[in-house]
Design a protein around this ligand. Structure first.
Ligand code: SAH
Length: 209
């Protein structure tokens, strides 16, 4: 079956029901983007994704990968260093297939730092590590995104704008839009104090000059 057109609300519900990380790893900053945030993101980004080749760096369990495919991307490649996260992503792909959604997505296990892709992608999307556990992780992701695509949609921590602006400029890119929202974190790590916490984030659209 071809990709069905579904509403943002339906997609939000679908991706909310997918499997999350089995055993989230702190040093990889593993948490999945919640359905509401995915929907918010896609309502901003979908025009860039329709009929495009998209790569999702640090795809985790594949939420953004599937979401991009739902808005009719031509093909989406999800990349993650963690094979156990990708196993969950493949399980999620199967779940969606069983529901009748045969999506043009594939997954690749690789460290973004060492990633070499033969083909360029039209658009890079990512909700990567914010560099909280490992300093500079966000920089590595942005650098790779700039290498392989002309348009980048990226989640980063709140107030990261001065860094993103400067780093983009140094690489021949500029911020063309930015949005503020809050990711809902379910209690995962011992240092999360509440069952549900909200993490303020900035979402950027960055474009080659
Ligand atoms: N993008 C997903 C997951 C966010 S968590 C979502 O929105 O739900 C960040 C992800 O980045 C994790 O899955 C982690 O395994 C991955 N990651 C961290 N460092 C990485 C690296 N160097 N190369 C590739 N993936 C990495």
């Amino acid at each position: 079956m071809d990709v069905m057109k579904i509403s943002f609300k339906e997609m939000e519900i679908l991706v909310s029901q997918l499997y999350g990380f089995d055993e989230p790893k702190v040093f990889l900053e593993q948490y999945e983007t919640d359905g509401k945030t995915v929907s918010f993101f896609l309502q901003k980004a979908y025009q860039d994704l329709i009929q495009k080749y998209v790569v999702d760096l640090g795809c985790g369990t594949g939420i953004l990968t599937f979401a991009a495919a739902f808005v009719d991307a031509k093909f989406v490649l999800g990349v993650d260093v963690d094979i156990s996260a990708l196993k969950v992503a493949l399980k999620n792909k199967k779940v969606l297939e069983d529901l009748g959604f045969s999506l043009p997505v594939d997954f690749l296990c690789a460290d973004v730092k060492k990633l070499y892709l033969k083909k360029k992608f039209d658009v890079c999307i990512m909700n990567p590590p914010f560099g909280i556990q490992r300093k500079g992780a966000d920089r590595i992701f942005l650098k790779k995104a700039f290498e392989i695509s002309d348009v980048v949609w990226c989640f980063l921590s709140q107030n990261s704008e001065p860094f993103v602006r400067k780093f983009s400029e140094e690489n021949g890119f500029h911020i063309s839009a930015s949005f503020k929202t809050k990711i809902q974190l379910r209690r995962k790590f011992f240092f999360h104090k509440k069952d549900v916490e909200f993490l303020p984030v900035d979402i950027y659209r960055i474009e080659r000059n």
